[in-house]
Write a protein that binds this ligand. Structure first.
Ligand code: UT7
Length: 325
């Protein structure tokens, strides 16, 4: 058993200034505010401006998380960026963030698990910290999905937004009660048989293009509810925790009806489920930390709370992580 645990030392988020409302979208494609609200819960989304890249959003979220942790870039020895919309095919967005933070030490790499990227990132960083390979890690979920949307496809272009959220995850002695419980358990899964239900139709090797997001929404929806509920149950059971004892659920923000469906399936009080779908829309790997930041800012999530993070995305990939904040 490791003598280290990973604790959440700080959190931060960043949303681009420009806001695109449902009414704005109804000017571009055959949709309506009523349809988008009723089917998804979304009312608006933030969109990066020209010249604003995923690394810019990631750097701002990272700076906010370091400030919250009372640390500087000198203290950080690992940067992991969960993204599906990197600035470039390579180098990794994490190394671009590393340079932007003025760091010439430590290691930086990207994780690609689409909307589940932050949960995969928590799992990877937690394992590295427990293995003694990092003391203070920046885990950032950052996306500019606006760059891979087909703005003529009403079935997908209304669903997504841009943004970034970050955790500083720090090593603490496993038996140090003063630092809080930290990451208690995490569970990740994937099933590549379903990759054609949610994918981007371009890439360097196959098409030499960036491509656009394609999704069979209603089929993804069914899998998401079932698989997220199962991931939460497995993650709780592995930790020996009853779902009823969890203070807050911080889900990936794809659709208000998915959040409600999972809560109903598990018998969870919907008041314990943090939702930012209405104002952020689906920001892929950024949605979980951004929702966490919003719920801390409004006084719901507090130090000492038991919090379940969960997500589902392209691949399919899915997972959950339970932490004592
Ligand atoms: O983040 C990764 C995970 N992603 C998700 O979890 C997304 C999961 N899927 C969903 O959230 C939902 O399936 C959607 C919001 C994408 C769609 O909702 P739905 O209730 O499953 O609708 P649908 O796809 O079955 O489409 C119903 C109707 C169709 O018209 P017909 O065939 O019934 O005449 C669509 O053409 O709604 C139509 N439609 C729209 N109408 C107005 C699809 N998009 C729009 C739109 N505005 N934007």
């Amino acid at each position: 058993m490791s003598s280290f645990k990973s604790v959440i030392a700080g959190i931060g988020g960043y949303l681009p200034e420009s806001v695109l409302t449902n009414e704005d979208l109804a000017q571009r494609v055959d949709t309506s505010d009523e349809w988008i609200r009723a089917r998804t819960g979304i009312t608006q989304r933030h969109v990066a401006k020209e010249g604003e890249y995923t690394s810019h959003l990631a750097t701002k979220a990272a700076q906010a998380a370091m400030k919250d942790a009372g640390l500087t870039a000198d203290d950080i020895d690992l940067i992991v960026v969960a993204t599906t919309t990197p600035d470039l095919t390579f180098p990794s967005t994490a190394t671009i963030v590393q340079e932007a933070l003025g760091m010439t030490h430590g290691a930086a790499f990207d994780v690609q698990a689409v909307c589940s990227g932050f949960i995969y990132g928590v799992t990877v960083v937690d394992a590295m910290i427990k293995a003694g390979q990092a003391k203070h890690a920046l885990l950032i979920g950052a996306e500019t999905f606006s760059r891979i949307l087909d703005w003529e496809d009403r079935a997908t272009c209304v669903l997504f937004g841009d943004g970034a959220g970050a955790f500083v995850m720090s090593a603490a002695a496993a038996d140090d009660d003063a630092t809080g419980k930290g990451v208690i358990s995490s569970f990740i899964r994937s099933d590549g048989r379903h990759r054609d239900m949610l994918y981007v139709d371009g890439g360097p090797s196959r098409t030499q293009t960036v491509g656009h997001l394609r999704m069979l929404g209603n089929q993804v929806f069914r899998h998401a509810v079932t698989d997220i509920a199962a991931a939460i149950e497995t993650c709780s059971a592995n930790a020996g925790v009853e779902t009823a004892d969890i203070d807050w659920f911080v889900p990936h923000q794809a659709n208000q009806r998915i959040l409600a469906g999972v809560a109903k399936k598990l018998g969870v009080d919907p008041g314990k489920v943090i939702s930012t779908v209405a104002t952020h829309a689906n920001t892929s790997a950024a949605s979980v930390p951004l929702a966490f930041v919003a719920a801390k800012a409004d006084g719901r999530i507090k130090r000492g709370d038991l919090v379940m993070l969960e997500a589902f995305g392209g691949g399919f990939t899915w997972g959950a992580a339970l932490l004592g904040y």
